[in-house]
Design a protein. Structure first.
Length: 167
């Protein structure tokens, strides 16, 4: 991975919206490592993108930056629904406080009643960074989110990745 090219710089300079382009899975993981520096807990973000857009690949980089898991250990929670990883803050403080990274996939969840059974309220603590795939299906998720990361598939292996954080 050392020979992997860095993702293109952000196309926007707005503090709340940043757009990046990656050209490979390796670059998407590298971008995840960089984005982890911006994701100070507590935070809930919706991960939006078509199937195969690279949502889990991006989470691999975020988890690695937090020291929560190696990229190859991070898998899609499509069937388990929630994966939990414990790590440490990246550059947010000198103490290296614990960060609980939750990677959630709501693709198979069909309604609010089913969503409520997941107990997501219990996951929301001051140490939590919650990344929710397919969260846009539920207004209750988007209303309480702190922003979103949108992954768009471009020709070849390119991805446009937009980070929108609430102001």
């Amino acid at each position: 991975m050392s020979d992997a090219k860095r993702p293109d710089k952000a196309e926007h300079t707005d503090k709340t919206v940043r757009v990046f382009t990656t050209h490979s899975s390796e670059e998407t993981i590298l971008l995840g490592r960089e984005l982890a520096k911006l994701l100070v807990p507590p935070k809930v973000l919706v991960l939006r993108g078509d199937l195969g857009a690279g949502k889990t690949t991006l989470v691999k980089g975020i988890a690695a930056a937090l020291g929560a898991a190696e990229p190859e250990e991070v898998t899609s929670p499509t069937f388990t629904l929630i994966h939990e990883y414990a790590g440490r803050s990246v550059e947010h403080d000198s103490l290296g406080n614990t960060v609980l990274l939750y990677h959630i996939d709501l693709y198979r969840i069909e309604g609010q009643r089913q969503l409520d059974t997941l107990g997501m309220e219990d996951l929301m603590t001051p140490q939590s960074l919650i990344l929710i795939e397919w969260g846009e299906k539920f207004p209750s998720i988007t209303e309480r989110s702190d922003g979103e990361i949108v992954l768009e598939t471009l020709p070849g292996d390119e991805r446009r990745i937009t980070l929108r954080l609430g102001s």
